[in-house]
Design a protein around this ligand. Structure first.
Ligand code: SAM
Length: 280
């Protein structure tokens, strides 16, 4: 879909791009094909896709054309109406109209692929939600703000290394597949983007039931920096949070769980709400 077609489809439904929903529509056809190939490449069919924010359906159409089943979650009523109309004949298309942050993930044992050109405002809470539970996805291919993508793949001591890096890399192998200039979207956003591919690690170092607690531990440690780490472990700990690699975070967390007196929060730490996650 080129810019003229996007404009016409929106105008035909008396819609305009909504900034509050992060609506920047992909108009580069080759790129859309490339993203879909990233999502499906090397995976055996049947493909079951969870699409976040399908918009006008640029990726949806290609996915359906490949024979995939697509469950799409779209918050904008006007766009949802366009999608329902556009894919009315497609038995493999299922639309959920609403906020993806309130949607239930598919069953943990299932092997969905998550895809989406994510609105920047929800990428933080969505990723946090993904990292806090065992992901039911065999692959996640998302377009993110470039800075967020760089945090996801950062190594210890890099300036953008933070809780998001640790939480993500504990459960996923993460790769930036491509950087995108603003010009591939209409309207063009103010920032650059990147396509990220994440696949769950074969062996989880944190069991599913502890992920929530682990992520809270990491996030709070980064927020409070060195003081908190020393205090929490009940021993001298000179390293700063940004100096610990993922494996070290796992062992520091285990130590904290074992050493913390009952009631101190070492067991079953509460999670932040889905919407309250910051991207430190
Ligand atoms: N996938 C389309 C494309 O690539 O052209 C649209 C991408 S646009 C960056 C983001 C899409 O996510 C929009 O369709 C927007 O309405 C939708 N969206 C925004 N917030 C959402 C939310 N909380 N839940 C579900 N969809 C949302």
């Amino acid at each position: 879909m080129n810019i003229r077609e996007i404009r016409e489809r929106l105008a035909g439904a008396a819609l305009r791009p909504q900034r509050r929903f992060g609506q920047n529509f992909l108009h580069d056809r080759n790129l859309a094909h490339w993203i879909v190939d990233c999502a499906l490449g090397g995976l055996s069919s049947p493909w079951r896709i969870w699409e976040v924010g399908p918009g006008l359906g640029v990726l949806t159409k290609l996915l359906l054309g490949k024979g995939a089943e697509v469950r799409a979650v779209e918050i904008d009523r006007g766009l949802a109406a366009i999608l329902r109309d556009r894919f009315a004949q497609e038995a493999r298309f299922h639309l959920c109209e609403g906020d993806v942050l309130r949607a239930e993930w598919p069953e943990p044992a299932s092997d969905w692929v998550l895809i989406g050109n994510l609105p920047y405002s929800i990428s933080g809470p969505l990723l946090a939600s993904l990292f806090r539970r065992q992901a039911p996805f065999r692959r996640v291919v998302v377009t993110l703000q470039r800075e967020v993508a760089e945090r996801l793949v950062a190594a210890p001591r890099q300036s953008c290394f933070g809780s998001l890096s640790v939480m993500g890399q504990t459960s996923f192998r993460i790769e930036i597949r491509r950087r995108l200039p603003p010009s591939v979207f209409y309207p063009a956003p103010k920032v650059e983007s990147a396509v990220v591919c994440m696949e769950p690690l074969a062996t989880a170092s944190i069991p599913r039931e502890d992920l929530e607690s682990f992520c809270s531990f990491v996030r709070e440690s980064f927020q409070q920096r060195r003081k908190s780490l020393r205090k929490r472990l009940g021993r001298e700990e000179r390293r700063r949070p940004e100096e610990l690699g993922v494996a070290e975070w796992v062992s520091v967390y285990r130590e904290w769980r074992e050493e913390a007196p009952r009631g101190s929060g070492g067991e079953g730490r509460a999670s932040a709400g889905r919407g309250s996650f910051d991207l430190t």
